[in-house]
Structures are given as structure tokens and as C-alpha cells.
Design a protein around this ligand. Structure first.
Ligand SMILES: Cc1cc2nc3c(=O)[nH]c(=O)nc-3n(C[C@H](O)[C@H](O)[C@H](O)COP(=O)(O)OP(=O)(O)OC[C@H]3O[C@@H](n4cnc5c(N)ncnc54)[C@H](O)[C@@H]3O)c2cc1C
Length: 435
């Protein structure tokens, strides 16, 4: 499954499947962060609501139990200033909720570093900063030079980094497990091993029976069946615990999450038990989304993640890789996440977070709560509410498009490393993706 689940005893179904038909106020399909935060928030706001959550495998089976553990104050797409402010505030909102529920998930709010290792990504990071509007720029953190960076973490060849304090490191599976327990304590009924075969207004169909509800919420992200989001893989490896002298050489005592700021970027975290976990895109998409059923990345992806890690931290080249795993993100056609709830049909949805769903799922959960309760709040007026992305083209166009975009990003990185100049391939990739 993932190093995160393996290190806490593995993912197991601990809850019964649905045994027969039932009626409730809200039926939530999917037991990842989106479904769990939504369920918890609804019951906390209105304990008289009957909230049922249906999960095909076990809670935390999906991306929520496999991710890089960045609780990051950023949303994919081009969020407006108010949405950007909301997602940044969500980092502290989520931390407060995690503390309130007594969830131990190795959380440390150390901020995040986007590290530049060549002049082209240094220039890009600094110009990204300059391209933002003033309020966004003020929020987006600040450039620190190579010497300042080395006081935090010593990365081979680093030229500096963009530091943003709106990020916390977490252990993803511990958060998923803790949220499921919190939702149950709040009175949510959770059924595991229960696949919803189709959804229609006011009904979630399962093989065993139908669940009738005033609201049915789809929270199945990269496993959604209908072309609204595409399942795109991200893969990770984790090392064995590093020896003390390697940590002394590297530093990194502040638990910042870290990004290797190439176009085909990598994301890293130092784990609570002294390892480094690193992730990246690998093979992003397989024919008809077959990647959503993969449990292990291919060997080439594992080798390339390991090579990227060793290049950043040569001191750990001899530390073995302990685990490798993969998961799927939900990516909408315009790379823009959305929250939707239609009172006429009782159908609701949140997702399409691309690779930034850990904090976004909390914001989505609180937003769905207000929409379902019919409250007009600041959250329900954010402009991802009701956003409709175009549908994905079917394969082979989708296959060609997604694979092509990532090929171009990799080509851009190679060209920039060779020439020392910005590559046009990256802009082309962005245009194809509609970003
Ligand atoms: C490797 C990796 C690294 C990532 N790193 C980060 C990161 O560091 N920071 C960040 O912000 N985001 C990251 N993401 C993205 C983030 O993990 C997701 O956006 C987030 O977890 C989505 O949560 P979710 O609940 O919407 O979906 P999921 O966690 O995928 O949950 C969906 C659930 O629905 C269930 N389900 C599916 N179909 C059905 C059905 N028919 N019936 C019943 N149940 C069903 C699944 O079993 C699953 O449990 C990463 C993702 C991956 C894969």
C-alpha cells in the first residue's frame, strides 16, 4: 500500500460492509480526507443529521493514505486572492481541528522550501514571485539565498530557495486513520468494503443494497469513473532511517517540506523516524486509467526518484531504499479543483485537487458542510464553488495529451540543464494542459 500504512501495522478493514438498504440525510461516497472531513464537519455542525460514509476498501486506501504529507496552503489552478487566502488559512484551521480531535500524525509546521539547483530554476522561482500580485506576493513567502538555506538544510548545488511558512509536515495514513475515528466518535456511520456502483439523485447504489439520502456526496477523486477527473499517478520512495552523521551533514532539523523546483518536480519530507521520503510523477497515466489499480511504481520510476534524491543529498547514497509505492491524484481537464452541491438533485462533489489535496480537502469539507446545510457563508462564496471544468477527451487523446505534457516537462528540464536557458517546451506543455 504505502510506507505510511505499513509503518502503523498496515491498512485493514475494521468496519463492517453495508448489510441492507438504508435511508439517511447525507451519504458520502469515499473515505479519504474529502469524505471524512465532510462527514465530521456535518455532524459537528448538526448532530441530528444522519451521515453515512461508504468506502469500497478501507478508509485511507486512496491518495489520502499514500501522499507526500504536505499540508500546504496552496490550491492548484489559478486561485483568486480570496480563495488563496482561504487555503492559506486552512493550514492553521486544519492543524487546530487535528489537535482538537487528538490526532497524532507527526505534524510539524515547519513551512516549505522550493529549492533551486540551477540558474534557470533560480530565475524562474524568483520571477514567479515577481509575477504575483502584491497581496499574493506578500503571502507567497520569500527568497532565501544559498547561505541562508544551508543554515536550514544543505542541498548539493543549491542556489537558494523560496520559503513559505504555510505548510506542515504530516504522516498521511495517521491522519486518515485519526479522521475516520474522529468521524465515528462524532456519530458518522462508516461502512467499509462497500463499493458504490453508481450514483443518481438521492441514491447511492451498492451491490448489497441502495442507500437513499437527501444528499449524495461523491468524494472518490482519482477513482471517479466518469471522465470528470483523470487519474494521474504520483509515486514515492522512502529510505531506511539515516545514520546520525548523515543528518548532521544535511541539517534539516526544522522539518520543512521540500520541493526540487524542476518542471518535473520532486517533493520531499523528513519523516518522524529519521528517513527521507521523496515523490514525483513517474509514469503519469496508463491506457484507460489502468494506473489507478497499480500498487507499485515501475522500476524506472523508483530508480529515477532515487537518483534525484542522491543528487540532492550525496551523503545518503549508501542508505538503502526501504519502500516504494504509488497512488492516484484526481486532475480535472483545466487543472482546477472544484466544490459543487446542487440542491435540486442532492448531488455534491469535491475534488480535482491535482497534487494539492491535503489542505484542500479540509477546506472542501467545511464548504460542503455549509452548502448542504444551506448556509450562505464566506466559504460558499469562494469561486471554486460551482466551478465546472470541461470533460476530459476519451483515450487515445487523453493518453496522448497527458503523456505528452509530462514528456515535454522532462524535455524542458534536460534542455535547461544543458543550455542554461529557459526552455519553450515547458510553456507548450502548459498550453496543452490548459493551465
Ligand atoms: C503519491 C501522492 C503524493 C501526494 N502528495 C500530496 C501532498 O504532499 N500534499 C497534498 O496536498 N496533496 C498530495 N497528494 C494529493 C492528495 O493526497 C489528494 O488530493 C487527497 O488525498 C485526496 O483526498 P480524497 O479524499 O479526495 O481522495 P482519496 O484519498 O483518493 O479517497 C477516495 C476514496 O474513495 C474510495 N472509492 C473510490 N471509488 C469508490 C466507490 N465506487 N465506492 C466507494 N468508495 C470508493 C477509495 O477507495 C478511496 O478511499 C498526493 C497524492 C499522491 C497519490
Amino acid at each position: 500500500m504505502s510506507f505510511w500504512w505499513d509503518s502503523i501495522g498496515g491498512l485493514r478493514r475494521t468496519r463492517d460492509p453495508l448489510g441492507g438498504p438504508l435511508e439517511c440525510d447525507v451519504a458520502i461516497v469515499g473515505g479519504g480526507y474529502t469524505g471524512l472531513w465532510t462527514a465530521l464537519e456535518l455532524r459537528r455542525a448538526d448532530p441530528s443529521l444522519d451521515v453515512v460514509l461508504l468506502e469500497r476498501e478501507a478508509c485511507g486506501f486512496g491518495a489520502s493514505g499514500r501522499n507526500g504529507g504536505w499540508l500546504l496552503g496552496e490550491l492548484a489552478g489559478r486561485p483568486s486572492e480570496s480563495l488563496d487566502a482561504a487555503i492559506r488559512a486552512t493550514v492553521d484551521e486544519a492543524i487546530a481541528a487535528i489537535e482538537r480531535e487528538g490526532i497524532d500524525c507527526d505534524l510539524v509546521k515547519g513551512g516549505t522550501l522550493s529549492v533551486a539547483v540551477d540558474p534557470v530554476n533560480e530565475a524562474r522561482l524568483q520571477s514567479d514571485e515577481a509575477n504575483l500580485s502584491e497581496p499574493l506576493m506578500a503571502q507567497r513567502g520569500s527568497w532565501i539565498d544559498a547561505d541562508e538555506l544551508a543554515k536550514r538544510v544543505r542541498v548539493a548545488g543549491a542556489r537558494g530557495a523560496l520559503f513559505d511558512d504555510a505548510c506542515a509536515r504530516i504522516q498521511p495514513a495517521k491522519l486518515a486513520r485519526g479522521l475516520a475515528e474522529a468521524a465515528e466518535r462524532a456519530g458518522v456511520r462508516i461502512f467499509e468494503g462497500t463499493e458504490v456502483t453508481s450514483i443518481e439523485p438521492h441514491v447511492a447504489h451498492t451491490a448489497a443494497a441502495d442507500v437513499r439520502a437527501r444528499w449524495v456526496v461523491r468524494a472518490t477523486e482519482g477513482y471517479s469513473p466518469d471522465g470528470v477527473v483523470a487519474p494521474i499517478s504520483s509515486s514515492m520512495i522512502a529510505t531506511e532511517p539515516l545514520p546520525a552523521d548523515a543528518w548532521e551533514e544535511i541539517g534539516w532539523q526544522g522539518c520543512e517540506t521540500m520541493m526540487g523546483a524542476a518542471h518535473a518536480y520532486t517533493y520531499l519530507q523528513p519523516t518522524a523516524d529519521g528517513r527521507i521520503a521523496i515523490g514525483g510523477r513517474g509514469t503519469p497515466y496508463r491506457w484507460h486509467g489502468a494506473n489507478a489499480r497499480m500498487e507499485r511504481p515501475d522500476d524506472r520510476t523508483i530508480a529515477s526518484l532515487r537518483a534525484r534524491l542522491d543528487a540532492l543529498f550525496p551523503a545518503i547514497a549508501g542508505v538503502p531504499t526501504a519502500a516504494a509505492w504509488t497512488g492516484v491524484l484526481g486532475v480535472s481537464r483545466d487543472w482546477t479543483p472544484a466544490v459543487r452541491a446542487d440542491p435540486a438533485t442532492g448531488l455534491a462533489f469535491a475534488g480535482g485537487y491535482v497534487g494539492e489535496g491535503v489542505a484542500a480537502a479540509n477546506l472542501a469539507g467545511r464548504t460542503l458542510r455549509d452548502l448542504i446545510l444551506g448556509h450562505d457563508t464566506e466559504l460558499t462564496r469562494l469561486d471554486w464553488v460551482g466551478h465546472a471544468s470541461p470533460r476530459w477527451e476519451p483515450d487515445p487523446l487523453r493518453w496522448i495529451g497527458i503523456r505528452g505534457v509530462y514528456m515535454l516537462y522532462r524535455a524542458a528540464d534536460r534542455s535547461e540543464a544543458r543550455s542554461g536557458k529557459p526552455s519553450r517546451w515547458a510553456a507548450l506543455a502548459g498550453r496543452i494542459a490548459g493551465r
